[in-house]
Design a protein around this ligand. Structure first.
Ligand code: HEM
Length: 458
């Protein structure tokens, strides 16, 4: 436990965790997606306020609450709106203005803060991202194909026949059999534990983070709730959260070529793949399995996240610059001090496209990638912080301008540093492996707020 955590533990020791209003909180905030999983993101536009409201009223009874999510045996539906969507519902101007600036602006307008330049710039994005037309995202998560198709029928019944609503696009996702993403890694392992949450917790998640960091209306790490839209007493934000949605295309052929060029034999290539992320593709963390993969460990939720970096401050096992250690430095000694728990996101990312192909060295034209989905009560600000400080820079870990090897946008001649003895190894010429195809900042309302939005009582 860091000194800061100890002080916090003392300060908050006496304050009992407030009971979470689980029946009002969308299941997606507190519960992992199923594993393996099937699903679809449907993107919609409200052509009229009446149409938008009618759709929300129809969808509301089908949106899963955290109280009903104790098991993942069935498919569930989640909904989130952009600020443009809230505007299209003709909400009161003062209420619209009370949302945080980043969310009001929308992701495309924040490109400079997000450092979404060049191939990642909004001008290159797929429709409807960045056009202001994406008003509502409806996501269906399912543990099997049958329940996925059934939930899709339910969702489509709600869209059907409503004047004033347009379906802009629909994107299937999923990973079977064991949740491997498009680079072949098991993912969705490391996520924060939320204080008062009822979802299972896993060894290594660390001290549960105050619920208010992730759900509006509850005390956060500083002991008070984060800013909410509208009047505090009756906030439309209560039990809601913000969502960062970023659709990444993954260049699997370039990734494989990089491993082949710099990894040596088959074992060396897998080790380099592990060094880039901090985990072997099986999910086994380098912190616990530094030299050889251990697939049993990788699949074991009781063990696969149960580590810290305290005994590896030099980064000999887990490079400081690898994706996972950047995105959650845990107890690493950082060159720029920060409270890591203030920069956590709950990840609900979903993989799309054909499975990873280890034999791919020339682009096969297939769209493989990942919808990065991060949730918190200040998710847009956290994403902007991460892009500026932890993804596209290395000062916080004494790596100057070195970038995240997985999601960083690499300039020509970029490097990836592997601490080794007697001297570190620096690989030159790492390329960008992910390109942003679009994204949006969304608000995921509580269920009561959803009904209020539907009934024009916001
Ligand atoms: C295509 C893009 C991405 C890929 C392929 C990817 C891949 C991975 C993989 C394989 C892991 C390790 C497994 C796990 O702990 O779940 C991981 C962990 C993680 N990633 Fe990503 N990721 C991507 C984008 C992002 C972005 C944009 C962010 C944040 C802004 C992010 C934040 C994290 C975090 C917080 C962890 C967990 C770290 C921990 O708790 O130790 N990822 N990612």
């Amino acid at each position: 436990m860091s000194i800061l955590d100890k002080v916090k533990a003392l300060v908050h020791h006496e304050a009992p965790a407030p009971a979470l209003e689980l029946h009002d909180i969308q299941a997606t905030i507190l519960f992992d997606r199923p594993d393996p999983y099937f699903g679809t993101h449907v993107l919609l536009r409200f052509d009229s306020a009446a149409g938008g409201r009618a759709l929300l009223a129809r969808l509301a009874p089908h949106v899963r609450s955290a109280a009903d999510a104790a098991d993942n045996a069935e498919a569930w539906i989640a909904v989130a709106l952009s600020h443009a969507g809230l505007r299209a519902l003709d909400l009161d101007a003062a209420l619209l203005d009370s949302f945080p600036a980043a969310f009001r602006d929308g992701m495309a307008q924040r490109a400079e803060r997000l450092q979404d330049y060049g191939p990642n710039a909004p001008e290159t994005w797929e429709a409807p991202y960045g056009s202001g037309q994406l008003h509502l995202a409806v996501s269906i998560f399912a543990p099997d194909e049958t329940s996925w198709r059934a939930a899709m029928v339910t969702a489509h019944e709600q869209f059907a026949g409503i004047a004033g609503v347009t379906v802009l696009g629909s994107h299937d996702f999923g990973a079977q059999p064991d949740s491997r993403n498009s680079f072949g890694y098991r993912d969705n392992i490391g996520n924060p534990a939320v204080e008062g949450g009822t979802a299972p917790t896993w060894p290594g998640q660390g001290r549960p983070v105050k619920a208010g960091e992730f759900i509006l209306g509850y005390p956060g790490e500083a002991g008070v709730p984060l800013a909410q839209p509208g009047p505090v007493q009756d906030s439309i934000g209560r039990n809601g959260t913000y969502v960062v949605l970023r659709k990444y295309h993954t260049d699997v052929a370039a990734f494989n070529r990089f491993l082949r060029e710099h990894g040596g034999d088959a074992h060396g290539q897998e080790l380099l793949a592990a060094k880039l992320v901090g985990r072997w593709r099986s999910g086994a963390p380098l912190a616990l399995a530094p030299e050889r993969d251990d697939p049993e460990l990788g699949a074991d939720r009781q063990r696969n996240n149960d580590f810290t970096y305290s005994k590896d401050q030099e980064g000999l096992r887990v490079p400081h610059g690898c994706h996972m250690r950047r995105m959650n430095p845990r107890d690493s000694k950082l060159a720029i001090l920060t409270d890591v728990n203030l920069h956590r996101l709950i990840r609900r990312s979903t993989t799309f496209g054909p499975p990873y192909r280890p034999d791919l060295f020339e682009d096969d034209g297939a769209e493989r990638g990942l919808f990065f989905i991060g949730l918190s009560a200040k998710a847009p600000e956290t994403m902007e912080f991460m892009q500026q400080e932890w993804i596209n820079h290395g000062n916080f870990i004494d790596l100057a301008d070195e970038r995240d090897p997985i999601v960083g946008q690499q300039p020509d001649g970029a490097t990836f540093t592997l601490p080794e003895r007697p001297v570190r190894r620096r690989i030159h010429g790492i390329q960008s492996f992910c390109t942003l195809r679009g994204g949006e900042y969304l608000f995921m309302p509580g269920l009561r707020a959803l009904r209020r939005l539907a009934g024009n009582q916001a």
